[in-house]
Ligand binder design. Structure first.
Ligand code: MTE
Length: 359
């Protein structure tokens, strides 16, 4: 299905929503067949030859660009960046308190690719961005029936982020043509921000004074725990943008049976936006004692950093825990109780999983 490996955890076939098993995320760059897929509508197949990108709104020179225009009129740029859905690790929130109607994503709604295309900043400069254009809105080609009313998927980001050179209009992923399921012929990649802002099957870029009123812009927001997600007041939620420090344990997997004694524990941590991961600690006894994990150096601020540690585990059931700090000394909160929210987004709490150790 969509050229994915056969052991993907598939939540929905249509719209296609699937994540790889945690152990498949140990590589720094995620292979195309392993990269998670998150969709709110049917995946469109677009004829790249007839496709045009419209750039309009608060610009001096509205543009209509073909793929050839994008490839030949602008310098090509490649950025390694981790994409992560705001619903990543929702399953851990659901173990604390149920979240009806939402997919129980594990840590695999996160993957990393080498993205190639052009900097959005260059296209906006060519269009002549006006001074009062505070937000850049993106509209995709897929129409989502989940939206009220049904509408194409869309998002916006502030101009300050949109004009940073790392935000790409990408046509290649891991040096191969962008797959249909990941947004061909062209998608936005907003490194360090929640995946929902990286709009696939891009049709239109609009410079505007306000954030977009697309359903999915405020749909991806954190509500206070008491809020009714089906009946919210305007402005009640906090619209999600930059990712916040968190980590996940990839190996062993949740519920694994492992031999007692020295056990290798591996995972990733992601700081998001302009921060990096500074430290990861791991515990083999539910957080009573900790050791410092060996952490990979950051490739850039937008890419996950893997870590590893060896814990000596006693026989019986035990809880493995990991906690991370970022380069601003922000640290993950201990419990899902602190961060639980009715849509189950942005689970930044310590990574925890149970294993059983046998002699
Ligand atoms: N873009 C469009 N057009 N339609 C979508 O449903 N899903 C968003 C984003 N861009 C989406 C979209 C969400 S919620 C995420 S997490 C990422 O795409 C997932 O990207 P991927 O499927 O390439 O992993």
């Amino acid at each position: 299905m969509w050229e994915k490996r056969s052991d993907m955890v598939v939540y929905d076939v249509e719209p296609f929503n699937a994540e790889p098993p945690p152990g498949a995320l140990l590589d720094h760059i995620t292979p195309l067949d392993t990269f998670y897929g998150r969709n709110h509508g049917p995946i469109p197949r677009i004829d790249a030859g007839n496709w045009r990108l419209r750039v309009d709104g608060l610009v001096d020179r509205p543009l209509e660009l073909s793929m050839d225009d994008l490839r030949h009129r602008f310098p090509q740029r490649t950025v390694v960046a981790t994409l992560q859905c705001a619903g990543n690790r929702r399953a851990d929130l659901m173990r604390f308190r149920d979240i009806p109607g939402q997919q129980p994503w594990g840590p695999g709604a996160t993957s990393t690719a080498r993205w190639s295309g052009v900097s959005l900043a260059k296209v906006l400069a060519e269009a002549g961005l006006q001074g009062h254009a505070a937000h850049i809105a993106f509209t995709g080609a897929d129409v989502s029936q989940e939206a009220d009313p049904p509408q194409p998927f869309g998002a916006s980001i502030p101009t300050a982020k949109a004009t940073s050179e790392e935000v790409l209009l990408a046509w290649a992923m891991n040096d191969q043509a962008l797959p249909t399921a990941h947004g061909a012929p062209l998608r936005v990649v907003v490194p360090g921000w929640i995946g929902a802002r990286s709009v696939k099957w891009l049709q239109r870029i609009t410079a505007q004074a306000q954030p977009t009123d697309n359903y999915f812009q405020t749909g991806y927001s954190v509500l206070p725990p008491e809020a009714d997600p089906h009946n919210t007041e305007p402005g009640e939620g906090i619209t999600l943008g930059p990712i916040t420090i968190h980590c996940a344990i990839l190996q062993p997997e949740y519920g694994a049976q492992v031999p007692a004694g020295p056990t290798h524990v591996t995972g990733f941590a992601l700081a998001g936006d302009d921060r990096t991961v500074a430290r990861v600690d791991v515990s083999g006894d539910g957080g009573s004692t900790w050791i410092r994990a060996d952490l990979d150096a950051p490739e850039n601020p937008w890419t996950w950093q893997h870590w590893r540690a060896t814990l000596t585990l006693p026989a019986g059931g035990t809880e493995l825990v990991a906690r991370a700090w970022d380069s601003t000394a922000a640290v993950q909160p201990e419990s899902p109780a602190t961060v639980w929210n009715p849509r189950g987004y942005a689970n930044t709490s310590w990574a925890r999983l149970y294993v059983t150790c046998h002699r």
